[in-house]
Design a protein around this ligand. Sequence first.
Ligand code: HEC
Length: 275
Amino acid sequence: MKNYAALLLLGLAPLLSLAGPEEDREAFVEYYQARFPDVPFAEFANGIYAIDEDARRQWQDIEEFPPYEFAIEQGESLWHETMPDEAKLADCFAQPVADIRPAYPRFDAGRGEVVTLALAINHCRQAHRLPALPYDSDELISITAYLAYAARGKPVATRVPADEPGALAAYEDGKRFYYSKRGQLNFACADCHVTSVGLHVRADRLSASLGHTTHFPVYRSKLGAVISLHQRFFGCVRDVRAKPFALQSKEFRNLEYFLSYMGNGLEFNGPGARK
Ligand code: HEC
């Protein structure tokens, strides 16, 4: 039996090594579509609301008076503030404001690492003689809320350039993180958000990871605050009783890169609202 399994693995190995990000993404989408044949692809941008009718109705009520609006407004005024040398944040970005969020996460060949939107904002501040903002600060999160809002309706189009080996390595690292078991509970992200998608965990139903990055930052009614994607990663890692990584650590940026790529073709719809 064991030998048979080993043979099977050997037989599959060449096939698996051929799979690149695009094959991974297609398989990811196919899995969820087979699991939820009545849910249109675009709906996966709405997380649990794509697959839970009750939660969806509550959400539609909440969205009548969006609880994240204050964050968008605060972010917009911070976006227009001048820095000590009179420059504005917009000066650091080549794109019009609606295209900034979709340009991240990206692999920066010069730096040899994945740069997320939050990181890019801090790089800009530092280049203009301001200290980096903490990654859990209201200021930084509200700037990302403003940029998320400006990008609503734009497609997710994460790139892993084939001629950039560092990009593929970062993607693979994020993918490995996603499928690795960790913590005292010995759970991988995929154990909950792929294998058990749609099932209940205590008071929650598990959302699909397809679309996990489209709507951040997110207002959490449980916390009464707007949180970043990495704060959510942090919470999910802590919940399996593993040691979480720092917000914007290389591990979490690579994980974001992988998940963002999986969501290619969905629309940005942030900021979001969740329990
Ligand atoms: C023990 C089960 C479990 C594991 C393992 C787990 N999560 Fe979660 N996660 C949840 C629950 C429960 C929620 C809240 C309900 C939902 O939206 O799925 C959640 C929510 C999320 C959300 C927010 C979804 C949204 O629509 O805003 C993201 C993103 C996320 N998890 C990513 C991850 C990642 C990445 C990992 C691996 C590091 C992971 N999770 C591991 C249970 C888990």
